[in-house]
Design a protein around this ligand. Structure first.
Ligand SMILES: [Zn+2]
Length: 408
C-alpha cells in the first residue's frame, strides 16, 4: 500500500533520446550547470507575459472550483494566472505562492543531449532536498521514464505533517524541464491545499489510522473464516473490505497516482482551448502518454496483493469476488449482494476514469492531427475502452463516427 503520511507527487516523462533508436549514453557522475542557449529552446524562457504576483497573495474561497476529474477542488485563479506567462514569470509566481520553496535540480549530464534550461534563475536544491530527489529518481529508474519534478510537504519526525494545514510545501524541478511541468507541479500544490481545507476529505493521518485498524480486523476475520466457514466472520470481512475498496483505495488513488491524470487532463484541456500558451507541443503529447500510464498503474492497484498467507492470496478485486462466491454458496444473500456492489464499484470507478482519459485523448488527436488520425487511434482501442467512450461519441455532433464504429 502507499505511504499515506508523506505523499510525494511526481511528474515523469519519456526521456528524449539524443539519437533515434539508441538509448542515450549516461554519465551518472556529472551534474552540470547548463548554459541557456535560445537556439535549442522550443519556447524561449522569456516568451509570454509577466506574472501578477498579487494573485498569488490573494486566497479567496470564491475562486475554488471542482475539476472534472474526481471533482477535485482547486483555486482557479492560480491556474489562470499562469496561462500565458513566460517560463521566468511562471517560476516567480509559483515561488511566491510557495513562500520561496521552489528549487531547481541540476540535470544528470547525458552525452549528446541538448538542453534548454528554463529555470536557471531559481535557487539550487539543498543537500537535504537532493536526497529526496535521488530517492524518487531511483524508484522510476529503468524503462523510458525519467523524473521531471516533484511536489511534496517536508515532514519528518521533527516536523509532523498536519491533516488540515500544509507543512513546508516544496517543488523541485529538473533544469531541463519546461513551463508545462512547473504548472503541473503548482496544480499538485493547489489540489493539496484545497483538499486539506475540505472537511469532507479524511486527512492523510486519519486515513492511515483508520485503514490500519480496518486491515487488522479484516485479516483477523479472514483467518477465522478460512478455518470455521462462519457467517459472522464473513460479515466482518465484507464490511471492512468494502470500506477499504470504496473509501480508502479511492481516497489514496485520487490524491496520488490518479491526481497525475487529473492534473494533466486539466492542462491538456486548457492547451486545446488555446488558453495555456508558451508550452511546447511535445509537452501536451507527453501529457497524453502520462495520463494513460497513470491510469494503467492506478488500475493495477486493485489487483495488488492485500492479503497473503501460505495458502491464500488476495488483491482487492479477488477478495470481493471470493466473498461473493462464498456467500452465494452458503446462501447468505445479504453478504453476497454487498460483495457484488464492491465489485461493481471498482468496475464503475475505473470505467469512468478511463472514459475521462479517453475523451481527453480523443480531443487532443482531433485538434492536433484531424479526424482521420483520431479515428485510427480510436479503432486501436480494445473492446472495453470502445464501450467506455460510446456515450461520449453518441453526444458528439459527428455521430456518423459512431455508426462506422458499430459496423466494424
Ligand atoms: Zn504530478
Amino acid at each position: 500500500m502507499l505511504n499515506t503520511t508523506v505523499l510525494i507527487l511526481t511528474a515523469i516523462s519519456l526521456s528524449q533520446s539524443a539519437c533515434s533508436g539508441q538509448p542515450p549514453e549516461r554519465h551518472r557522475l556529472a551534474r552540470l550547470t547548463p548554459i541557456y542557449d535560445e537556439a535549442v529552446c522550443p519556447i524561449p524562457k522569456t516568451q509570454g507575459r509577466t506574472a501578477d504576483l498579487e494573485v498569488a497573495s490573494q486566497d479567496s474561497a470564491q475562486n475554488v472550483v471542482a475539476a472534472p476529474f474526481f471533482s477535485k477542488r482547486y483555486n482557479r485563479r492560480y491556474f489562470e494566472a499562469v496561462f500565458s506567462t513566460s517560463a521566468i514569470a511562471t517560476a516567480k509566481f509559483v515561488s511566491h505562492l510557495l513562500g520561496g520553496r521552489l528549487y531547481r535540480v541540476q540535470r544528470e549530464f547525458v552525452m549528446g543531449e541538448k538542453l534548454c534550461p528554463m529555470f536557471t534563475e531559481l535557487p539550487l536544491a539543498t543537500a537535504e532536498l537532493y536526497g529526496i530527489w535521488e530517492e524518487q529518481a531511483r524508484k522510476i529508474q529503468g524503462g523510458q521514464a525519467r523524473l521531471a519534478a516533484i511536489y511534496f510537504q517536508l515532514c519528518d519526525p521533527a516536523r509532523d505533517c498536519d491533516d488540515r494545514q500544509l507543512t513546508l510545501p516544496t517543488i523541485l524541478i529538473d533544469d531541463g524541464r519546461d513551463r508545462w511541468t512547473l504548472v503541473h507541479e503548482m496544480m499538485h500544490f493547489n489540489f493539496d491545499r484545497e483538499r486539506k481545507r475540505d472537511i469532507v476529505n479524511i486527512g492523510d493521518n486519519a486515513l492511515d489510522r483508520i485503514s490500519r485498524l480496518a486491515k487488522r480486523e479484516l485479516y483477523a476475520a479472514l483467518d477465522v473464516f478460512l478455518k470455521n466457514q462462519d457467517r459472522a466472520s464473513l460479515t466482518i470481512v465484507e464490511d471492512r473490505a468494502s470500506w477499504l475498496i470504496q473509501t480508502f483505495a479511492v481516497q489514496i488513488l485520487t490524491r496520488s497516482i490518479f491526481e497525475e491524470l487529473a492534473t494533466e487532463g486539466l492542462l491538456v484541456e486548457e492547451y486545446l482551448n488555446r488558453k495555456l500558451e508558451h508550452v511546447s507541443p511535445s509537452a501536451a503529447r507527453n501529457a497524453i502518454w502520462y495520463m494513460s500510464h497513470s491510469l494503467k498503474l492506478g488500475s493495477e492497484r486493485f489487483d495488488e496483493i492485500v492479503y497473503s498467507t501460505s495458502h491464500r492470496t488476495f488483491g482487492m478485486k479477488s477478495l470481493a469476488a471470493f466473498v461473493r462466491s462464498e456467500a452465494r454458496a452458503k446462501g447468505w444473500h445479504e453478504i453476497e449482494e454487498k460483495a457484488m456492489n464492491d465489485e461493481k464499484f471498482i468496475h464503475q470507478f475505473l470505467l469512468e476514469t478511463t472514459r475521462l482519459v479517453e475523451q481527453t485523448k480523443l480531443r487532443y488527436e482531433m485538434r492536433t492531427h484531424g479526424w482521420n488520425h483520431a479515428l485510427d487511434s480510436l479503432f486501436a482501442f480494445d473492446a472495453s475502452v470502445k464501450r467506455a467512450i460510446e456515450d461520449h461519441l453518441v453526444q458528439m455532433p459527428a455521430s456518423q463516427i459512431f455508426s462506422r464504429w458499430k459496423a466494424l
